[in-house]
Design a protein around this ligand. Structure first.
Ligand SMILES: [Zn+2]
Length: 249
């Protein structure tokens, strides 16, 4: 049994008993780690309220190889994202980012880029006006870092370049298909040329540039439809916090 120490973000939390919690951490060095925080719900717990959802800290755990559930020894807080948690919308979106990382990343695979992306996205939330657009950039970055980057530059079937033309999006094929190839996926959905150009832009910019991008209501709807269908197709999972965000509207 080895003692491991790594930076971690709590991306999921649920009760194990009246006093303990099961936590899913996304860690810098080990990827996803599921562990029990014994006594975390007690008033005099050694964790002192640090093991809350979205918190970033230094995790020390006893690693038992081939065990699905580890034991948390310590979790020293680095950042609890106080500013973000004071705003309901920002908190919901931070939960959405966490759930997405949980759904896309498999256990046992570390990806420092994903870890850094999640921290940066949390920090960007309080200083971003168009939070849904920031979410679209986050989704594109996460898909890219996880190896699922969709193709928006050309038809995925015949390779014809798609510039300033409407096309169809196929979540099954992972990209756009031109009008001539539409029969390749009868469930593909149409997307306007403006939204395609916007997706290409969002694929290339950093999250910090989100305020420089303008998106219409139609763009917002199309981008959300395209990326959420792609994520659902890749993860084969319903993202609960996304449904929650939709129901708020
Ligand atoms: Zn084509």
């Amino acid at each position: 049994m080895a003692v491991q120490k790594t930076e971690a973000i709590i991306i999921r939390s649920y009760p194990l008993s009246d006093s303990s919690k099961i936590l899913t951490f996304y860690t810098r060095e080990f990827g996803k780690v599921r562990a029990v925080a014994k006594g975390a719900k007690r008033a005099k717990s050694k964790f002192r309220g640090n093991v809350e959802l979205l918190n970033h800290g230094l995790l020390i755990f006893f690693e038992k190889p081939n065990r699905d559930l580890q034991n948390v020894n310590e979790f020293d807080l680095i950042d609890c994202f106080d500013q973000l948690k004071q705003d309901f919308d920002q908190t919901i979106y931070a939960c959405y980012y966490s759930e997405l990382v949980d759904a896309i990343e498999s256990e046992g695979g570390a990806n420092q880029d994903v870890f850094n992306l999640l921290i940066r996205a949390f920090k960007m939330l309080p200083c971003t006006k168009d939070i849904p657009l920031l979410a679209r950039i986050f989704e594109l970055c996460l898909l890219d870092k996880a190896g699922y980057m969709p193709i928006f530059s050309h038809c995925i079937v015949c390779s014809e370049l798609l510039v300033d033309v409407a096309a169809r999006f196929s979540d099954r094929l992972g990209g756009l298909i031109c009008w001539n190839c539409r029969g390749q996926d009868l469930h593909s959905v149409s997307i306007s040329s403006e939204s395609i150009e916007l997706l290409k832009t969002l694929q290339q910019i950093d999250m910090s540039s989100v305020s420089r991008v303008q998106a219409s209501q139609q763009n917002h709807q199309e981008l959300k439809m395209v990326l959420s269908s792609l994520i659902a197709c890749q993860t084969q999972r319903q993202i609960k916090s996304l449904k929650f965000i939709e129901n708020l509207k």
